[in-house]
Design a protein around this ligand. Structure first.
Ligand SMILES: Cc1ncc(COP(=O)(O)O)c(C=O)c1O
Length: 395
């Protein structure tokens, strides 16, 4: 998963380009920047890779989600269906929009279950935000069919799934817009960064305007001459961050190839160990292979094996008991502990998060462990890892 494992001369060269000009901002300073437009170059490349007409870089994946919410027209009082297994940023972006997160069940893809969306649909539902968790896909065509049938916006949180595809089409490119994160631990990193992709010109225009104080970017070299068609915010990325990401994006194919190889070797060895079953992948070829997620028969056995794996130096995430990625521990959301009152609290349809129970998701997550796949593993590391996994299930 982490592109930082491959930092090298290309990253240094791209950053040096920026530093040599002194221009750290993506807009303006035409005379001084010596032809360097790292954010713009990154966006073109990301559009080409994902087959999207437009792409816009932001300061983070969270900023990209907030920007995409605005650009897709999701706002105050709207209900947005999201999964309970994600990073907190997904519901943060919904709340920042003044909209209301409504949690649907997940299935054995570890992503939103399209068969359960109808259960949480109300007249106020405006959008569905599936999250392609741990590098692989939700049942995205079925989720899209549901959205199309019900007239809902499909906005994909592909923050963890750069390079992942379903039947050859990039995750993030199925809906009206899709978002990626390039934070410090992602497949491709800018240090901090994120992006929105879309094929819709209007959505794109709102994205670049909203993320830059409403600038329409039509004023030419004089930023002061830009118009401000909408209210916005500052979610811009700096040229330094974009430069790191640009070098990293050039390594995406190599990263995916290495991850897939390392994951395949470990998964094949685990397939011979009868207690394990695996996350369902609707298209195994499109898995970006950042994680290997597997299940044990019971919660008790999952906790036992998880502890044994950690003792044997193969730490795995047990998301069910994790503070940041699963709803059970999201006390700040459940109690709506806000720094100051939020617009969303004025809504009369705010659900009672405190009593939220998702039995189908719990039944899956209780039995799931995820191993992060690293790029730097040698063949010997892989062998040791497999031996440690065997030992952990027998001790
Ligand atoms: C599913 C998901 N959505 C959104 C984000 C937010 O991205 P960032 O950390 O770049 O703000 C993350 C980051 O881990 C994520 O995993």
């Amino acid at each position: 998963m982490p592109g930082f494992e491959l930092f090298g001369d290309r990253e240094r060269k791209e950053v040096a380009d920026v530093l040599s000009t002194g221009v750290l901002m993506r807009y303006g300073f035409e005379g001084a920047r010596n032809g360097h437009y790292k954010a713009l170059e990154f966006e073109k490349k990301l559009g080409d890779i994902t087959g999207s007409d437009f792409s816009h870089l932001c300061a983070s994946g969270t900023a990209a989600l907030c920007t995409a919410m605005a650009a897709c027209g999701i706002g105050a009082g709207d209900e947005v269906i999201i999964p309970p297994f994600t990073f907190v940023a997904t519901f943060e972006a919904v709340l920042q929009a003044g909209a209301i997160p409504v949690f649907g069940e997940i299935d054995d893809t570890l992503c939103l279950n399209p068969d359960r969306l109808d259960d949480v649909l109300t007249p106020r539902t405006r959008a569905v935000v599936p999250v392609h968790m741990c590098g692989a896909m939700a049942r995205i065509t079925e989720i899209k069919e549901f959205c199309d049938k019900k007239g809902l916006i499909l906005l994909e949180d592909a923050c963890q799934a750069l390079g992942g595809t379903f039947q050859g089409k990039h995750l993030g490119s199925f809906g009206l817009a899709g978002c990626f994160s390039f934070d410090a631990v992602k497949t491709v990193t800018c240090g901090e960064g994120g992006a929105i992709i879309t094929n819709d010109r209007q959505v794109y225009d709102v994205c670049h305007q909203y993320a830059d104080h409403g600038h329409d970017h039509l004023g030419g070299p004089d930023r002061g001459a830009d118009g401000h068609p909408i209210l916005g915010c500052n979610f811009r990325i700096s040229e330094l961050n974009a430069a790191v990401g640009l070098a990293q994006l050039g390594k995406l194919d190599r990263i995916l190839e290495t991850q897939r190889r390392n994951k395949r070797i470990i998964k094949e060895a685990m397939t011979d160990m009868p207690e394990f079953s695996f996350r369902y992948l609707p298209d195994p070829f499109g898995d970006s292979a950042t994680f290997l997620s597997f299940m044990l028969p019971t919660e008790e056995r999952t906790r036992q094996v998880g502890e044994a794996l950690a003792e044997n130096r193969v730490p795995c995430a047990y998301w069910y008991a994790n503070n940041w990625h699963y709803y059970r521990q999201w006390d700040h959301l459940k109690k709506m502990r806000c720094a100051a009152p939020m617009a969303v609290q004025l809504c009369d349809n705010l659900p009672d998060f405190q009593h939220l129970v998702l039995p189908e998701s719990d039944a899956i997550m209780k039995r799931t462990l995820s191993m992060q796949i690293m790029l730097s593993w040698s063949d010997q590391d892989l062998e040791q890892r497999i031996a440690a996994i065997k030992k952990s299930v027998t001790q």
